[in-house]
Write a protein that binds this ligand. Structure first.
Ligand SMILES: [Zn+2]
Length: 286
């Protein structure tokens, strides 16, 4: 897969300097100054844009093989900003604070993460010669820099693979909340409707286990599932996986509305996030 596969044609590409690749050890886009978060909330459009992280050229980036290289491709959840210890493992946080107390206190949760597959990692100066030098300008330090049109094609062509994140329950909950919060209201409402439909269906399906035990559990399942549904909508870019045509969020004929499909509804299905969204009219053909 290439970066082009995870960004829509009109999607924004941004470069940002970083000190190490993001991973389960540091599953957050972190910064020291609130102004960086303010810029991201203002300029980064969730569901459309991605940020390519580039290792700084100095020894702030501890691993020399990361300096000046493309490290990660990330889709942050731009709002709200959270305290970094809510997202990163305790050990990673303690180590970072030992090295540089007071830095990286603020973070955005990550919705999706990829890494370049090339070894050694691609050199930013070669792939993005027009944009990379801008990262070093003092007034841009730490901020997102829009990728110059002349660099776009080469960046989109970079081979990447998805990175699965192991998160603490608290971080998992924050990601879920942020993801729903970042959705347009119409999608949030529709995702909740779809999740409700799926839960009702699961509670009468045989062998589906613990879903719907009581009202509180159901509300928590509903919120979690709505977030998974909304994410699937974004990944599919609102297109039905069965017929390839756009699905409606509001209005229109009932058969053009969207419904979620889960391949395997054995116990634990609602936590696996293995679902696709199709038109109501296409459901019978899945
Ligand atoms: Zn369809």
């Amino acid at each position: 897969m290439r970066i082009a596969d995870v960004v829509p044609e009109t999607g924004g590409l941004w470069l940002k300097s970083e000190y190490a690749p993001l991973s389960s050890e540091w599953p957050a886009l972190s910064f020291t100054r609130k102004a960086v978060a303010t810029q991201i909330a203002r300029d980064f459009q969730y569901g459309r844009d991605v940020v390519v992280l580039v290792g700084t050229g100095n020894d702030d980036t501890p691993d020399p093989s990361h300096r000046g290289r493309l490290l990660s491709v990330v889709e942050p959840l731009p709002d709200p900003v959270v305290p970094t210890p809510d997202l990163v493992p305790e050990r990673s946080w303690a180590e970072a604070q030992n090295k540089a107390r007071g830095r990286w206190k603020l973070s955005l949760p990550i919705s999706r993460l990829w890494k370049p597959t090339a070894e050694p990692l691609p050199r930013a100066k070669a792939v993005a010669p027009h944009t990379y030098p801008l990262l070093g300008q003092p007034y841009r330090r730490g901020f997102l820099v829009p990728v110059d049109a002349a660099d776009r094609a080469a960046l989109l062509n970079i081979e990447i693979e998805a990175v699965a994140l192991m998160l603490s329950p608290r971080a998992e909950r924050l990601v879920r909340q942020s993801r729903l919060g970042c959705m347009p209201p119409a999608l949030r409402k529709e995702a909740t409707r779809m999740a409700d439909w799926l839960l009702a269906r699961a509670s009468i399906a045989p062998g589906t286990g613990s879903v719907g035990r009581d009202a509180a559990q159901r509300m928590s399942d509903l919120a979690s599932l709505a977030s998974v549904v909304a994410e699937a909508w974004y990944v599919q870019r609102g297109v039905c996986v069965q017929c390839g045509r756009p699905m409606l969020l509001t209005g229109g004929e009932d058969k053009h509305r969207a419904l979620p499909v889960v391949g395997d509804m054995s116990p634990g299905w609602h936590a696996r996030g293995d679902l696709r969204i199709v038109h109501k009219a296409c459901l019978a053909r899945v």
